[in-house]
Design a protein around this ligand. Structure first.
Ligand code: UT7
Length: 319
């Protein structure tokens, strides 16, 4: 017995940053961004804090699930950078929603949501929990190099949450990591120690886009295939794929490699860009609230990101 997803909820900042506005900031244009990535706009935090966004997503997911904060047994937040180094973002959410359960963060970059589901699975299997809240949220806008056109056009802020309850709808899950800080890295930037000898690097995202692209296309197909096989299913059994929303070309190539019809892949990368660990649950929530997911549907989810990490899983939709 593991879990079923009982409810989902999203939160994104109000401000919409269009490709045209970005073209006034760096040497780029709407056509390049749309053709190479599929992104038309993304959300960027102006007034919102990550705590406000995580709490909004959590509250919406709890409402959708019909679960009260005080019923929660665990909160896991996947994020690369919460409000503070400590306390964890999980503890900030716990405080704001009025829960009393343990709470912590996990950082697996864009694969964070699937990593958090895998951790939650362990708690359910050990019968330690009845209800778990997973919140996946990043605000990459504060660690983006806004002068680097090859990266600043790709990312956006936002994310979503899911409430998990006891059930048997997680059919398979797989994580991988391949330690590599060369192709994708965000350094800390500051070190307050007067004794520390190393040079400080700017705390912005550094990426070799082509390398990540090649890794991603292979990782998506390999991960989804393995999770489908582990669930005892075939590609034909899959009703929906919720892929990491990094680049429409990566999604198209994955669909082709897997032989799963492209229409089964849910995409909202055009509206949000890459929201890191928020990306997969944000897509899941929008598919859920659009009424696309029917009880019993088979859903494959897959993400990849810095680490380099990947996560994939197959679930049966329980709502
Ligand atoms: O969650 C994981 C996070 N990362 C990813 O998923 C990134 C995966 N990688 C990608 O999505 C793609 O590699 C990118 C979208 C980052 C880049 O697309 P690409 O087709 O691989 O382009 P490229 O890097 O090969 O660049 C092609 C050209 C270059 O010009 P030259 O050298 O051919 O003259 C770039 O300088 O496009 C230029 N370029 C741009 N032009 C206009 C790069 N960025 C831009 C830009 N606007 N924003």
């Amino acid at each position: 017995m593991s879990f079923s997803i009982l409810g989902t909820g999203k939160a994104v900042p109000e401000y919409i940053l269009t490709n045209d506005e970005l073209s006034t900031m760096v040497d780029t244009n709407d056509e390049w961004i749309k053709t190479r990535t599929g992104i038309e706009e993304r959300r960027v935090c102006k007034d919102e804090t990550i705590t406000e966004l995580t709490v909004k997503a959590a509250t919406a997911a709890l409402e959708d699930a019909g679960v009260k904060p005080e019923e929660l047994d665990l909160i896991i937040c996947s994020t690369m950078r919460g409000e503070n180094i400590t306390p964890s973002q999980g503890c900030m959410i716990q405080k704001e929603i009025g829960a009393t359960c343990p709470a912590f963060d996990v950082n697996a970059a864009c694969s964070g949501f699937i990593y958090a589901l895998d951790i939650a699975d362990g708690y359910f299997v050990r019968k330690k929990v009845k209800y778990v809240l997973v919140v996946s949220m990043d605000n990459l806008s504060n660690i983006t190099d806004w002068k680097d056109r090859s990266t600043c056009v790709l990312f956006g802020d936002g994310g979503a949450a899911a409430v998990l309850g006891e059930g048997d709808d997680l059919l398979s899950i797989n994580l991988t990591a391949n330690g590599n800080d060369e192709v994708l890295r965000i350094p800390h930037g500051t070190n307050s120690s007067p004794f520390y000898k190393h040079e400080e690097e700017r705390a912005v995202l550094h990426m070799a886009g082509n390398e990540v692209y090649k890794f991603a296309v292979n990782a998506m197909a390999t991960g989804i295939k393995k999770s489908i096989g582990d669930a005892g299913l075939t590609e034909d059994d899959v009703d929906h794929v919720i892929p990491h929303q990094a680049n429409i070309r990566i999604i198209n190539a994955s669909a082709k490699n897997l032989g799963i019809p492209r229409e089964k892949f849910f995409c909202n990368v055009n509206h949000y860009g890459n929201t890191s660990s928020g990306s997969v649950p944000l897509a899941l929530d929008e598919a859920n609230r659009a009424g696309l997911l029917k009880k019993g549907d088979i859903i494959a989810m897959c993400a990849f990101g810095a680490g380099l990490t990947t996560g994939s899983c197959v679930i049966r939709w329980a709502k």
